[in-house]
Design a binder for this molecule. Structure first.
Ligand code: SF4
Length: 378
């Protein structure tokens, strides 16, 4: 049996954060949504009976906005529809506001064995400015509480290049993070996503951003401080202690199959990618009346897939495994990319060692420029 990753999108949030471009609505998940999700599972599962699910990721939105009764129904539903491997990684995104002792222990009993928490910063002033509803000390308290409750596999998100964030602010966040009982840290720079409050402010010239020098200093601090405390950078935005790399995210970077369910969720099965149309009401109406919400389907050509293969693998520390590339596409990488790879090696942005082509320190800082070179014209 080949393996499969599962993703469930819970598109509900208490309020919208100013930077977030994910699809979500500002209310509590209702039972109608859970029933629709169970319908979707039942409907899709028959095509995956020969697959063994080794990762499950509950993302959002805010999955911890689900009541324990609703979470229990979802976990029961998914276990009855799909086959799981012996030791699956089951991650749930949680908001510090929801992580009470009783919620944590019930989630553990339901099989959640990894938590991902969007703490974003150590600075309460910044947390307020980006629309988070918790303070840093509240986040720290619940992380320690979760550890005491038995969650020894936790990840946190941090952000940099936030409006009015100084180099010193970000350094403090990093130094704070490394002393929390977590073994995975994802760090994202602020990206101005369409339709967010920050993008509107930026369009009116009202969003102060760090200078290029400050951004570079923050980037260098991240690359220096986290590894110094044992969190190895194994992907452009991800740092982990030994043995704690995200198994689920790896499926995205390695082009493995994953099935996403819930409004707005994307899937990739072989060379087909499909995304359920966002819209909770439509989603509920369709699944609960015997229909199915429309989805956007894309069949990737070999060329499209090869481009993705290159830049997704380059995101990872190990880069492109050249032998695997040749086996997959029938020709060595140089056959298509000799000129580009030579140029990027001369610019000291790529390096080749032991059969792998990977980003250098500077290459990782200029990731988007490197990835663009792998888009083929024809
Ligand atoms: S960052 Fe998370 S909590 Fe904030 S709006 Fe986006 S999905 Fe919701």
């Amino acid at each position: 049996m080949t393996d499969l990753g599962l993703y469930i999108h819970i598109p509900f949030c208490r309020s919208r954060c100013s930077y977030c471009g994910f699809y979500s609505v500002g209310r509590k998940p209702d039972d109608r949504f859970v029933s629709a999700l169970l319908e979707e599972m039942k409907n899709r599962a028959p095509s995956f009976q020969n697959r063994l699910c080794d990762t499950l990721y509950l993302g959002g939105g805010t999955p911890s906005f689900l009541s324990i009764r609703q979470l229990s129904a979802i976990m029961k539903g998914i276990r009855s529809c799909f086959h799981f491997s012996e030791n699956p990684e089951i991650t749930m995104e949680m908001n510090p506001c929801d992580m009470t002792d009783s919620y944590l222990s019930a989630a553990r009993e339901l099989g959640i064995n990894r938590i991902s928490i969007g703490v974003q910063s150590h600075d309460d002033r910044l947390l307020k400015a980006i629309g988070r509803l918790h303070t840093a000390s509240e986040a720290e308290k619940v992380i320690r509480r979760a550890y005491a409750a038995g969650f020894h596999n936790m990840s946190i998100d941090l952000m940099y290049e936030l409006p009015r964030q100084t180099v010193e602010d970000f350094r403090k966040s990093l130094l704070w993070a490394v002393h929390l009982p977590v073994n995975h840290v994802s760090v994202y720079s602020l990206i101005l996503e369409e339709g967010t409050r920050f993008t509107q402010l930026a369009a009116r010239g009202l969003l102060p951003r760090p200078t290029e020098e400050e951004s570079w200093a923050m980037y260098q601090d991240m690359c220096r401080i986290l590894p110094h405390y044992g969190l190895e950078r194994y992907e452009i935005s991800s740092f982990a202690r030994k043995g704690f790399r995200s198994r689920h995210n790896r499926k995205y970077w390695e082009l493995s199959d994953y099935l996403g369910m819930g409004p707005g969720a994307s899937s990739r099965i072989g060379r087909t990618r499909f995304t359920v149309t966002p819209g909770v009401n439509l989603y509920e109406k369709e699944w609960l009346s015997g229909g199915r919400p429309p989805e956007e389907t894309e069949h990737l050509s070999e060329k499209d897939e090869m481009e993705e293969y290159c830049f997704l693998h380059l995101r990872m520390k190990e880069g492109i495994p050249l032998e695997d590339f040749r086996n997959r596409y029938g020709q060595p990488l140089d056959y298509w990319y000799e000129k580009q790879v030579d140029m990027l090696k001369k610019q000291k942005l790529l390096e080749e060692k032991e059969g792998h082509l990977f980003l250098t320190y500077h290459g990782a800082a200029l990731g988007n420029y490197v990835f663009e070179q792998f888009l083929r014209d024809e």
